[in-house]
Design a binder for this molecule. Structure first.
Ligand code: IP8
Length: 278
């Protein structure tokens, strides 16, 4: 089976709060339907999650009561985004079911500590396509604030990439694909450097060097991103590659790219994307 992460910048407009990109979502849904493969999907929060989460520092955990209604609001907004994705998938015949992390997952000091992968396994076995997403979840951890006082985290962000890593470890996945808005991983930022070179493969060591040289990733952005954009995406994929999983970063803006990546053939020399290796 395949495991797919649809990046938030593909399915939402990161410059406008809570703005869906219906054309991209429609096309990607059609490619997923055409691939006719066993699949689980995770999507990012994009402008339905990062803007408010950033403005109210939800990624740092609880600091004041004014954050509480915002947690509820962000949970509602990412569910709305999930519903829109489900609509697109259902309309092309994909038996998509939404799985909201906030109702079953727990973090401990921002790290995932409880996640119900069995639910995914059963849905997949019964022929469904589970669709989960980056969310705000309860956090049982404690931390010290600037004044050295102990505080309960109460909540934190669980990114789609953390979910991807968890599912990648627990499900029998043949290929893991992270869909972004650029061709893959570059040796410097392709959005600012026209000479940036696409890498066919990337190792952790190589990527660390690239980050040190230029603070570059393939889709680094100045927009608020509480989960660290490319660094986190790749961290999850490197961890999965370390376990021998086949992991790719591809461009979801190019028609047919996802459909090719979802095929059963090995992705050969001519395929445009970056294989993440350990
Ligand atoms: O877009 C972030 O998930 P991601 C979730 O997968 C929120 O990093 C609520 C900002």
């Amino acid at each position: 089976m395949k495991l797919l992460k649809l990046g938030g910048s593909i399915i939402t407009d990161r410059d406008k709060p809570c703005t869906f990109r219906p054309e991209n979502a429609t096309r990607l849904a059609k490619e997923i339907a055409a691939a006719e493969c066993k699949i689980a999907i995770v999507h990012g929060a994009g402008s339905f999650g990062h803007n408010l989460a950033h403005d109210y520092s939800l990624h740092k955990g609880y600091s004041e009561d004014s954050q509480i209604p915002i947690v509820a609001q962000v949970q509602r907004d990412v569910k709305k985004l999930n519903l829109m994705i489900l609509e697109k998938l259902l309309s092309v015949g994909v038996r998509a079911v939404g799985i909201a992390p906030s109702s079953h997952a727990l973090n401990d000091n921002k790290l995932l500590s409880k996640f119900d992968t069995d639910q995914f396994k059963v849905y997949i076995k019964e022929g469904f396509v589970p669709v989960s997403f980056g969310d705000v979840v309860l956090d049982v951890g404690v931390y010290r604030n600037k004044e050295g006082m102990k505080r309960e985290m109460k909540f934190s962000i669980l990114s789609g990439d953390q979910i991807l890593e968890e599912l990648g470890k627990k499900l029998q996945t043949q290929r893991i694909i992270s869909v972004t808005d650029v061709d893959g991983v570059f040796d410097s930022n392709p959005k600012t450097n026209p000479n940036a070179r696409l890498l066919k493969t990337v190792t952790r060591k190589q990527f660390l060097q690239i980050c040190m040289d230029s603070e570059a990733g393939s889709d680094s952005t100045e927009r608020p991103d509480v989960t660290g954009a490319m660094e986190n995406k790749l961290e999850a994929l490197f961890n999965l590659a370390d376990l021998g999983k086949e992991c790719w970063v591809i461009n979801g803006l190019v028609e047919g790219r996802l459909l090719s990546a979802l095929g059963n053939e090995p992705l050969g020399e001519t395929f445009i994307g970056t294989r993440v290796i350990s």
